[in-house]
Design a protein around this ligand. Structure first.
Ligand code: SF4
Length: 285
């Protein structure tokens, strides 16, 4: 007779602790997003923001948090969720419209069969992801221009930014990553990454605990190149061996001392005045 009571009290305790965890995660994600939006002046009053939704955990979390910020912001801005259905086999086309309607957010679903284009042009055995993403970006950016969007929001997070730094370092010989705010090459689109300060672990947990209808990005069976997963694994190992290392790397990106690097395009090292100035900087701790 006692057992059902114990089970139900355990279940209600579990429900309560899940609710507490969900609130904590929501608060942290909102705080970090607000901080990034502020630090990089991502959103202005009157902005019409195209929120790019792939259906993955990152973009769905970005939409959730931006809607929450919008509800409490002292300025007015518009959010429109935009998904591009690229006609990958197995893509569940009803999931996102149903979810957007449940949130009451304005949305647009674009349809372009880039999947057939990519499979036709990419040789057998090679990955489709590079071309697939290029087509996606082109279509979304054109849509933004044609429909008066002032900003394009992408769901990249802190871990994507750290991984990209190492990808560029190891494979591109460059010291750069994905900036939280960026003007496109043609100067027509402002791209923002509101989750720039949020960790992937928080996003993953939040998307699970809120039962977001996450659609995996590998339904088409293609695999992105293996460089990013390798970097991800390397960073995971480092973080296990020395907790806090990722935070340090991330902090370093906001604390750059260009004069202490070797880029002769930044400083004329042949100019005495420049070198004198650099020496002064060198004396500082
Ligand atoms: S996994 Fe498929 S849908 Fe995702 S980027 Fe690669 S090719 Fe495109």
């Amino acid at each position: 007779m006692d057992k059902p009571l114990q089970t139900s009290s355990r279940a209600s305790k579990h429900g309560l602790s899940k609710k507490i965890e969900k609130n904590k995660l929501h608060k942290r994600l909102r705080r970090e997003t607000g901080r990034a939006v502020d630090d990089f002046s991502m959103i202005d009053g009157g902005d019409r923001i195209m929120v790019c939704i792939s259906g993955g955990k990152d973009s769905l979390t970005m939409l959730d948090i931006l809607l929450s910020l919008q509800a409490h912001a002292p300025i007015q801005f518009e959010l429109v969720a935009v998904n591009l259905d690229q006609k990958q086999p197995g893509f569940p086309e009803d999931v996102l419209p149903g979810y957007f309607e449940s949130l009451g957010v304005e949305y647009t679903i674009l349809e372009e069969d880039t999947y057939s284009l990519v499979t036709d042009m990419v040789p057998e055995g090679k990955t489709y992801c590079g071309w697939c993403s290029r087509f996606r970006r082109g279509i979304l950016y054109t849509h933004a221009k044609q429909h008066g969007f002032t900003k394009i929001a992408l769901g990249h997070h802190r871990d994507d930014i750290i991984e990209t730094l190492f990808l560029n370092l190891f494979h591109g010989g460059k010291l750069k990553t994905m900036p939280p705010k960026l003007l496109s090459d043609d100067g027509e689109n402002v791209v923002i990454r509101p989750l720039a300060y949020c960790s992937e672990a928080d996003i993953e947990r939040y998307s699970k605990i809120t039962n977001m209808p996450v659609i995996p990005c590998n339904l088409c069976g293609s695999q992105d190149n293996l460089q990013r997963p390798m970097i991800k694994e390397m960073l995971k190992t480092w973080n296990k061996q020395q907790p806090g290392r990722l935070e340090n790397i991330f902090r370093a990106m906001s604390n750059v001392v260009p004069s202490h690097l070797l880029d002769t395009n930044l400083y004329d090292f042949g100019d005495t005045k420049t070198v004198e100035k650099l020496n002064v900087v060198n004396l500082q701790p």
